[in-house]
Design a protein around this ligand. Structure first.
Ligand SMILES: [Zn+2]
Length: 159
C-alpha cells in the first residue's frame, strides 16, 4: 500500500485534471504512472457505435466503468485491444493523420506515457468538429490500481 501511495503521489504532481482515485486508476505497466482513471473511461452508453474497421468488440468494466473494448489490427498485422477514454495523462507525439484510421472521420496521433515514453495508444480528433476528441488506450499497456494494490498486500496481513 505504501508503494502504491508513493506511486500515486508521484504521479499526481504532473496531473491537472486527475484526483487521486486509487483503486480506479489505470497505471502505466512500465513505470507506474497514472495514465487515466475510471471516471474518464468512456461509458458504453456515451460511446460511438463500433466502427466497421474493428475485428470485434466486447464489453468490460474498467476502473469501475462499463465500456466497450474495440479490437483492431493495424496494417503491420499487430492486434490491439483499445479502451476509449475522455482524458489521459500522455504525450502526443506525431502530427495528426487519417492514414488507415480506425475511426472514420477522425485523425490520430501516437501517444506515449508522459513519464517513461512507453507507447500507450492514440489520440483521435474529429475532422469536422475539433471538440470531439478521445483517447484510445491499449488495454495491455495499463494495469488497474486495484490490481497493483493486491500485488503488494502482505500475505496473511490485514487488508
Ligand atoms: Zn510509463
Amino acid at each position: 500500500m505504501l508503494l502504491l501511495m508513493l506511486l500515486v503521489t508521484a504521479a499526481s504532481a504532473h496531473m491537472i485534471h486527475m484526483k487521486n482515485g486509487g483503486e480506479h486508476d489505470l497505471i502505466c505497466r512500465a513505470c507506474g504512472k497514472t495514465i487515466t482513471q475510471g471516471t474518464f473511461v468512456t461509458k458504453k452508453s456515451d460511446q460511438m457505435s463500433s466502427p466497421s474497421t474493428i475485428d470485434y468488440d466486447y464489453e468490460m468494466a474498467v476502473g469501475g466503468t462499463n465500456t466497450t473494448i474495440h479490437v483492431f489490427t493495424n496494417p503491420a498485422g499487430e492486434r490491439f485491444h483499445v479502451l476509449n477514454a475522455l482524458d489521459a495523462n500522455v504525450r502526443l507525439n506525431t502530427d495528426p493523420t487519417d492514414d488507415a484510421t480506425w475511426y472514420p472521420g477522425y485523425t490520430w496521433v501516437i501517444t506515449t506515457c508522459s513519464h517513461c515514453g512507453a507507447h500507450m495508444g492514440w489520440y483521435f480528433e474529429s475532422r469536422e468538429d475539433r471538440t470531439k476528441v478521445f483517447h484510445g488506450i491499449v488495454l495491455d499497456k495499463v494495469i488497474s490500481g486495484e490490481y497493483c494494490d493486491s500485488l503488494i498486500r502482505i500475505p496473511g496481513g490485514k487488508p
